[in-house]
Design a protein around this ligand. Structure first.
Ligand code: TXA
Ligand code: MG
Length: 316
């Protein structure tokens, strides 16, 4: 069921059930992070392998400190400035956090969402929420309650509807490694913002083998229709149409392309607009029964880094 009742969501969560919740980044598939049986339900609903750990969501920095050690001065400063927001910290966990949450790692990923409904929900609850993005493992993340309903609606009792996600890309995951500020996943908080705190930043790229943060698995966020990144999109689309294929195009900036379905990430070339539309448009194109979807990378700056990262992984 989809609804906007925080009390109903809270009651299901207290009873050990899984509930989809809105955040400013993407919708999450939430459960009580301290309840083992609830956590196993999240893994099974999402069909997620147990080696891929879950992010813990809390309401305040005081709560972060209850569940993890936040003692690096740089991370403290960034947390104070940027949380709540699209940022996740990878911190040494306290023993109260179950190993099932971290897939056995010493470190827990933890964040404070800024969406007013998730904040209200967290305020009302006595426990933190573990929540991966509310999509089947490997598929595109949901940015509307309807996306969750379509794929997981029959498997969970409640979807808390908070409208479309304002950021539309998952949180940026950071931590400190060998005393260097390290980005494990590019996301809704830009790398430029982080570089303002520490110029000597270490940005890890996704890899298909031995990922440090499994969110770095190369093939991820993937539509079922093949998505291809090209430079000369107009020419590629034209050739594919000549071959008799049903063709989609996903572009950035204002220009028209003749094809079966053309969606523009931002007519006005604004990266935050494109970020907000990216997953929704990938879904729409994927559901249109096309043979192939062509796209091009956006400018490699600001949110463009995270957008291009998701595009590359959707094509891997
Ligand atoms: O914006 C977000 O972060 C959203 C919303 C719902 O909060 N959540 C999200 O969760 O994107 P998920 O599970 O789809 O992606 C989290 C990534 C996973 O790829 C996971 O491998 C990584 O973070 N991760 C979580 N805990 C970790 C840990 N303890 N160590 C290393 N990586 C971790
Ligand atoms: Mg995910």
């Amino acid at each position: 069921m989809i609804g906007d009742r925080i009390d109903i969501a809270a009651a299901y969560l207290r009873a050990g059930n899984v509930v989809a919740i809105p955040t400013e980044t993407v919708y999450g598939l939430a459960c009580n992070a301290l309840n083992i049986s609830a956590i196993t339900k999240v893994y099974s609903v999402k069909e997620r392998p147990y080696f891929d750990p879950l992010i813990v969501h809390v309401g305040s920095i005081e709560d972060i400190v209850k569940y993890a050690y936040l003692d690096d001065p740089m991370l403290v400063k960034i947390a104070k400035d940027q949380m709540p927001g699209p940022l996740t910290l990878l911190l040494k966990k306290r023993s109260i956090i179950p190993d099932l949450i971290t897939a056995g790692s010493e470190r827990v990923a933890i964040r404070i969402p800024s969406h007013p409904m998730s904040r209200e929900l967290l305020d009302e609850l006595e426990f933190p929420l573990a929540a991966p993005s509310a999509n089947p493992f490997g598929y595109i993340s949901p940015t509307k309650a309807e996306h969750v309903d379509k794929q997981l609606g029959s498997k969970i009792p409640y979807i808390l509807n908070g409208g479309p996600c304002s950021v539309g890309l998952e949180s940026t995951i950071i931590g400190v490694e060998d005393s260097r500020l390290t980005v494990y996943r590019k996301g809704g908080l830009s790398v430029e913002t982080l570089i303002d705190y520490e110029g000597n930043i270490n940005i890890l790229e996704s890899s298909s083998s031995n990922p440090k943060s499994p969110g770095m698995l190369k093939s991820h966020y993937a539509p079922e229709t093949s998505l291809i990144i090209v430079e000369d999109i107009e020419e590629k689309v034209k050739k594919a149409i000549e071959k008799g294929l049903r063709v989609g195009a996903l572009t950035y900036g204002a220009f028209q392309i003749e094809c079966d379905m053309h969606l523009m990430l931002s007519e006005s070339s604004e990266l935050d607009v494109a970020a907000g539309r990216l997953f929704e448009y990938m879904r729409r194109l994927d559901e249109a029964g096309l043979d192939v979807i062509y796209t091009s990378l956006v400018p490699e700056e600001g949110l463009g880094l995270a957008i291009n990262d998701r595009l590359r992984r959707a094509t891997a």
